[in-house]
Design a protein around this ligand. Structure first.
Ligand code: NDP
Length: 433
């Protein structure tokens, strides 16, 4: 950590994992002797590159591209690409580090990686986004391959961007290598359920936590932060299971609708019209909009942070506890600060960490790779059943591991140790590489 002390998010992610590994390290000293921790914290490869592109006025712009190939013990590097102005090497390393353990928890043969750019797709024309994606892939393609490194989407990278990236990969390599990217459109090798997978999976995980505690979603109030891909489908699944989603947000603020947010209206607003969440309140009389900056003060039983890292701090956690929260499921990556996690755990709130709760997205990407490898495409219900089973298995692995290490109900410890042991044991089998 001393080596990259300025990479705050990466340091936070590493600290959180190492802290909860203590019981496993005490029981298995071979992990310390073999240098497996030091190797895990150093990416196998980090790629940083220039992405020049031309905007609609003809001016040349330059962004920075990243791909961190963190760990390939279990399979090809796998993890999304994020396009957002806040992206830097520390953010990509934090996301890639988390991805190693998340992918291990899915039970699928996937290594961990992450990438992206400080490019902001907001306010850009389709043609600008396409030219950016083509330039990005012109450099990145040499590092990718279905057996090497398989990116997907993340913040700012949805089906449109994956399409432009795949088109350029295909053109440069002259190969229709479907398995090189996931999150593709259904006509060109995509999988049913991939769009919904992270949000649905988060709710399946929360449902399992609640069931284990004798609770259920049906009849409970739910708040969801964000209104992007993960948030929309988490909200939809929560409603399908009988919950009432009363609040959602974007970076400008949150809307509250006591009668229950019309999730399909939010989906249409965001996916079709690329609008802001504020517009939902303008179009729904009973809804109110609260500008970003103030703590959410909304009674709820279930909270699903689905926007971005460190969005839920101590103050927000205390407000949720005061408002009766029973379960928190992280749809986003590391949305809860360490202090806030402790507040939930001390209050007895069920807390599902992102690397377990949001693993449904990468798990379904793994299913997309299986379909691509067998030139097959599965039906929606079959794929959704597979996702639901994987989420139930991840829940059991976290629950049983937490119990085995003397911390029943601690899903953070359970997820970290279960993911770590699988990767570390494999690294020991493969020698010092
Ligand atoms: P999207 O770009 O579709 O949506 C992101 C949402 O979060 C938007 O509502 C956005 O609001 C909000 N947001 C982003 N940055 C900030 C910020 N700095 N402050 C406040 N709000 C912000 O991304 P996804 O839904 O795909 O990703 C959301 C989270 O889920 C990320 O942490 C991602 O890593 C994680 N995740 C995603 C997976 C996937 O399959 N997509 C898989 C696993 C995890 P605005 O539009 O105003 O920027």
């Amino acid at each position: 950590q001393v080596r990259d002390g300025h990479q705050l998010e990466f340091g936070q992610a590493v600290y959180e994992v190492l802290e909860s590994l203590e019981p496993a390290l005490a029981r298995h000293p071979e992990y310390l002797r073999s240098g497996v921790l030091e190797r895990l914290c150093e990416p196998e490869r980090q790629i940083i590159f220039r992405v020049p592109w031309t905007d609609d006025s003809g001016a040349v712009r330059v962004n920075r591209g990243f791909r961190v190939e963190f760990n390939s013990a279990l399979g090809p590097y796998k993890g999304g690409l994020r396009f957002h102005p806040s992206v830097n090497i520390g953010v990509v390393k934090f996301l890639g580090f988390e991805q190693i353990f998340k992918n291990a928890l899915t039970g699928l043969p996937l290594g961990g990686g992450k990438g992206g750019s400080d490019f902001d797709p907001k306010g850009k024309s389709d043609a600008e986004v396409m030219r950016f994606c083509q330039s990005f892939m012109t450099e990145l393609h040499r590092h990718l391959g279905e057996y090497t490194d398989v990116p997907a989407g993340d913040i700012g990278v949805g089906r449109r961007e994956i399409g432009y990236l795949f088109g350029q990969y295909k053109r440069i390599t002259n190969r229709y290598e479907s398995g090189v990217l996931t999150g593709k459109g259904l006509n060109w090798g995509g999988s049913q359920v991939r769009t919904e997978a992270t949000g649905y999976g988060t709710v399946y995980f929360v449902e399992q936590m609640l069931r284990a505690a004798g609770e259920r979603i049906d009849g409970r109030r739910v708040v969801v932060s964000g209104s992007g891909n993960v948030a929309i489908y988490a909200a939809r699944k929560a409603v399908e299971l009988g919950g009432t989603v009363v609040a959602m947000s974007d970076s400008e603020g949150y809307v509250v609708d006591e009668a229950g947010i019309d999730v399909e209206a939010v989906r249409e607003l965001k996916e079709v019209r690329a609008g802001r969440i504020k517009a939902y309140a303008e179009g729904h009389d009973r809804a109110r909009f609260v500008e970003a900056g103030s703590v959410w003060d909304v009674p709820c039983a279930i909270a699903l942070p689905c926007a971005t890292q460190n969005e839920l701090d101590d103050e927000a956690a205390l407000a949720l506890v005061r408002n009766g929260v029973v379960a928190v499921g992280e749809g986003a990556n590391m949305p809860t600060t360490p202090g806030a996690v402790k507040i939930f755990q001390d209050a007895g709130t069920l807390f599902g960490p992102g690397k377990a709760a949001n693993a449904g997205g990468v798990a379904t990407s793994g299913l997309e790779m299986q379909q691509n490898a067998s030139r097959d495409s599965w039906h929606f219900d079959y794929t959704d059943d597979r996702l639901s089973e994987i989420m139930a298995d991840i829940h059991s692995a976290c629950q049983e591991t937490a119990e085995a290490y003397g911390a029943p109900g601690n899903y953070v410890l359970g997820a970290n140790i279960a993911g770590f042991v699988k990767v570390a044991d494999t690294m020991l089998d493969l020698g010092v590489i």
